[in-house]
Ligand binder design. Structure first.
Ligand SMILES: Cc1cc2nc3c(=O)[nH]c(=O)nc-3n(C[C@H](O)[C@H](O)[C@H](O)COP(=O)(O)O)c2cc1C
Length: 149
């Protein structure tokens, strides 16, 4: 059984108020699909950008990303920033946690990229600490995936 973590960035197609309706529907679908498929993760929105980190069984993550998320016209310029095999999950408690960006994330971009929040600025160097920051936002213990199902 192979588990993976993926981080991708995209640009929202709509702006408020349509964006708000999009988000409500996305989260509704995501919580349902992700919990049924043991997928966990977080989705942040800020300054017109989405950044989402997803973890779970490789086949399920690939199905969700390539068959659904990539084809979704509520966002565009969808780009994988990081894709790695993983042994433990960082977002155990959230089948899909949504949050608007906050000061800590904004400060991360100022410190690392000398600019406002924009996930497309992330680099090989800054991505690991960005993922750590996302995980630390919720102060959870990593957990070991079930390997016998
Ligand atoms: C930024 C963004 C993040 C999304 N995240 C998820 C997710 O984590 N899980 C999910 O099931 N759908 C997610 N979706 C919605 C899917 O793209 C898709 O609309 C949904 O899975 C329904 O697909 P279907 O109509 O092929 O069944 C997301 C969409 C966007 C725009």
């Amino acid at each position: 059984m192979e588990f993976v973590r993926v981080l991708y960035a995209s640009k929202a197609t709509n702006i408020y108020p349509d964006l708000k309706q999009d988000l409500i529907k996305i989260l509704d679908t995501a919580v349902d699909f992700n919990s049924r498929n043991e997928i966990t993760g977080v989705l942040y929105y800020g300054h017109g950008y989405f950044v989402q980190c997803l973890e779970g069984r490789k086949s399920k993550i690939d199905e969700l990303f390539y068959e659904k998320i990539l084809k979704d016209d509520r966002h565009k310029n969808c780009e994988i920033l990081f894709y790695e095999k993983c042994d433990f999950g960082l977002f155990k408690h959230w089948n899909m946690k949504f949050a608007p960006i906050n000061k800590r994330l904004g400060d991360f971009f100022l410190e690392n990229h000398r600019d406002d929040f924009n996930p497309f600025l992330l680099t090989t160097n800054s991505i690991p600490s960005f993922i750590e920051l996302l995980a630390s936002e919720y102060a959870t213990e990593p957990y070991v995936f079930e390997v016998n199902d």
